[in-house]
Design a protein around this ligand. Structure first.
Ligand SMILES: *Cc1c(COP(=O)(O)O)cnc(C)c1O
Length: 360
């Protein structure tokens, strides 16, 4: 039985990448040592880090006035790092509360003593649509406007053509769950971050892309959260997450070979449409997100009955379709269709949904 892994994170990685890891795990590039064993100060690893960074710059078309940092601590670490580095002029942040992870970012900035104004929220409709600012925002008032670009749990996305207005304010985007899944213009943002374990690599690596002139860390910022040492020492002031960076290098190479982010987006649109088209026709399973705001990578749906949803999870699991249970905070069902998920996986899921619908 072919198994498809729809987990929201850590998540599926490309098959050719898994095979290459397996092949060279005992001996990296004929060195007789594993990537799990070598020092980060070796030329071999420095080359891996440099190449990965260059490939990210190329794939995302990152302009020269931005830094690419390899951090640890996940998306949650950045909930603290972003205000500590970027919010020290006004100590005031405008934030769009679009769901679970946006609320988490607001709480963390608040806890660190920054003022967080929620300038839009869609709590009232259970975050099934995206909030937009209820007022004109300015950089004279706020250090930045914070948005969670892809809402992993709720299944909504600020795609590049529906970003909140940001003419007079710096935009910060949490791209953890749609990193390199669709095209964004980096120039639209002062900072983008992404935990790797959704769409790039195993857990342990967080990518930060930040405009150089915005970095002004608060005095007591812990070194691990302070972007300055990362910039000065090329993300190597202490031991970086060697293995996740190595895998990120393989995944970026895979993505380049496949045709880059634009090609990936085309494939992702096709793949997501397989599932959305079915859901729009189904009498049993429904997705409630407006078409323009639908996520390509995390698709939420439900029968409306907890019991029936649970029965479907069981049925899917028996058929090799893993982790389709919705996040514990919202329930229902969710399929994550990240870059590495082949379109056959989406088709297998639709076959399974169809079969279930006919027999229940
Ligand atoms: C998963 C996720 C996070 C949290 O990431 P951790 O690496 O577990 O800290 C933050 N934001 C978004 C959008 C996510 O999907």
């Amino acid at each position: 039985m072919t198994v498809y892994n729809f987990s929201a994170g850590p998540a599926v990685l490309p098959k050719p990448v898994m095979e290459q890891i397996q092949k060279e795990l005992p001996s990296l590039q004929g060195s007789g040592m594993s990537i799990l064993e070598i020092s980060h100060r070796t030329k071999r690893f420095e080359d891996i880090l440099d190449t990965t960074k260059q490939d990210l710059k190329e794939l995302l078309q990152i302009p020269d006035n931005y830094e690419v940092l390899f951090c640890q601590g996940g998306g949650t670490g950045q909930f603290a790092a972003v205000p500590l580095n970027l919010a020290n002029h006004h100590r005031k942040i405008a934030l769009l509360d679009s769901g679970h992870w946006a609320s988490g970012a607001a709480d963390e900035a608040n806890r660190l003593g920054y003022t967080v104004d929620i300038v839009g929220n869609t709590k009232a409709n259970k975050y099934q649509s995206l909030p937009y600012p209820d007022q004109k925002l300015s950089g004279d008032q706020y250090d930045y406007l914070y948005a969670t670009l892809n809402n992993t749990i709720e299944g909504t996305t600020y795609h590049r053509d529906i970003l909140p207005e940001h003419n007079d304010i710096t935009l910060v985007g949490d791209m953890s769950s749609n990193f390199m899944a669709e095209r964004y213009n980096v120039n639209d943002f002062g900072l983008i971050f992404a935990g790797a374990q959704k769409n790039l690599a195993p857990a342990g690596l967080t990518i930060v892309i930040v405009r150089k002139d915005l970095i002004h860390p608060a005095a007591h910022t812990p070194k691990m959260l302070n972007y300055e040492p990362y910039v000065k020492k090329d993300s190597m002031f202490n031991t970086p997450p060697v293995f996740p960076i190595y895998v990120a290098g393989l995944v970026t190479k895979w993505l380049k070979d496949l045709g880059g982010v634009d090609e990936m987006e085309k494939i992702n649109r096709k793949k997501a449409a397989v599932l959305y088209d079915y859901l729009d026709e189904s009498k049993m399973f429904k997705n409630h997100v407006a078409k323009a705001e639908r996520s390509l990578t995390n698709i939420t749906f439900s029968t409306g009955s907890d019991d029936l949803d649970a029965q479907f999870v069981e049925f899917a699991t028996q058929n090799g379709l893993m982790s389709v249970k919705g996040h514990r905070s919202v329930g229902g069902l969710r399929a994550s269709l990240y870059n590495a998920m082949p379109i056959e996986g989406a088709k297998a899921l639709v076959d399974c949904l169809h079969q279930f619908e006919q027999t229940h």
